[in-house]
Design a binder for this molecule. Structure first.
Ligand code: ATP
Ligand code: MG
Length: 360
């Protein structure tokens, strides 16, 4: 009998993958809860597909175990796992109509034909393709084809769906639309979804939790707001959202607060670093936390830099500042702060100490 907290949970215990002497994934341990939407986010080559393929059973792990619902699934064959798989180029059968493509997994499972018909119709309605049931894949747009792939996976009601960059081939508008569709379907079906992307915005929009990966290992795992608000490493801070980074040496720490000496001054911030003993650290300040003007009191820190560029991006204007020779800062222009300075001006900026983070 599975422990209550593991009902329907997928537990990875030190799962790793090596190819000869090359490590594609360092030993990784994490628990994916029943019904969770977990995104594996990281740059190319960080081990996302490797991790997903080991969960699917398409790749054998070098070490470690995979437990599903309390049972050891490490060496269970792909077909016996019954997981839904959606990949970027998971080709539809070209000689079958949309409805036949979607019915295929049910045929394999030998469902009675009346029930099969009902389920296919219902699933096509869910992905808003009921009008297209009799078309062939080549008569559909890329987004419509991807919705067929999604329907073909949802139709057999898998407990777990694995998606590897399923929207990678679509244009931005369609990708954003499909992100919301998948989110809606996830809520409706309550399926566990493990989703791979290297697009941080996509990860923020869709996930319950994000697993940030880099160099074959997990950097940080947490809710989007937790990773954005309390990054533990410089990589997590710069990969998710924009960060202003001032690097230096940790000179003191007291509980959750630490002080860092940089070439531009000594500053304090919340100590969120995973490695508390490290002395080479970075101060992270998100652009929306920085304001023009000198620090208005003890609760703030600030620096002075030269304005090098103003970038108009529709909803806001971004200010680019340089400090010294190789440090740059970005902030958003707050119209209530008055007129924009001019390029070349020396400008002071400040931020609340409570908004700064100290990471390794
Ligand atoms: N069969 C294999 N043999 C040798 N090395 C492999 C094999 N499969 C993957 N790798 C290597 O393992 C590393 C991780 O690959 P993986 O496909 O997991 O990356 P990824 O994070 O999915 O990247 P991308 O975003 O480019 O898809 C890469 O350096 C890759 O070259
Ligand atoms: Mg990949």
């Amino acid at each position: 009998m599975a422990a209550a907290s593991q009902q329907g949970a997928l537990v990875l215990e030190g799962l790793s993958k090596r190819y000869g002497t090359f490590t594609a994934l360092e030993p990784t341990s994490l628990t994916i809860e029943d019904g969770e939407f977990l995104t594996l986010l990281g740059p190319s080559g960080s081990g996302k597909t490797t991790l997903l393929q080991m969960i699917s059973g398409l790749t054998d792990p070098s070490e470690g175990r995979l437990i599903f619902n309390g049972e050891d699934w490490t060496h269970r064959p792909v077909n016996a796992r019954g997981m839904g798989l959606v990949f970027q180029h998971y080709a539809l059968f070209p000689h079958m109509t949309v409805a036949e493509n979607v019915a295929f997994p049910l045929e394999m499972r030998k469902l009675p034909s009346a029930e099969m018909k009902t389920r296919v119709e219902e699933t096509l309605r869910k992905v808003q393709l009921d009008q297209f049931a009799h078309r062939f894949p080549k008569e559909l747009s890329g987004g419509q084809q991807q919705r067929v792939a999604l329907a073909r996976c949802l139709v057999f009601r898998p407990k777990v769906i694995l998606m590897d960059e399923p929207l990678g081939a679509l244009d931005k508008a369609l990708r954003e639309h499909m992100q919301l569709e998948i989110r809606r379907l996830h809520k409706e079906y309550g399926t566990t979804i493990i989703y791979v992307t290297h697009d941080q915005e996509e990860a923020l929009v869709m996930s319950d939790r994000i697993c940030v990966m880099n160099h074959a290992r997990v950097e940080q795992i947490g809710a989007p707001s937790q990773i954005y608000g309390n990054p533990e490493t410089l990589f997590a801070a710069t990969f998710i959202g924009h960060s202003n980074v001032l690097s230096g040496e940790k000179v003191s720490s007291d509980g959750d607060v630490a002080t860092i000496r940089t070439p531009f001054g000594t500053f304090s911030g919340k100590h969120t670093a995973r490695d508390r003993s490290a002395t080479d650290v970075s101060l992270i300040i998100r652009p929306e936390q920085m304001r023009l003007g000198s620090a208005p009191g003890d609760a703030f820190d600030g620096v002075t830099g030269r304005l090098t560029d103003l970038i108009y991006v529709g909803a806001e204007t971004r200010l680019l500042l340089t400090l010294g020779s190789d440090t740059s800062l970005t902030l958003r222009h707050d119209p209530s702060a008055g007129d924009l300075p001019s390029i070349g001006d020396e400008v002071a900026v400040h931020w609340p100490k409570t908004a700064a983070r100290i990471v390794t």
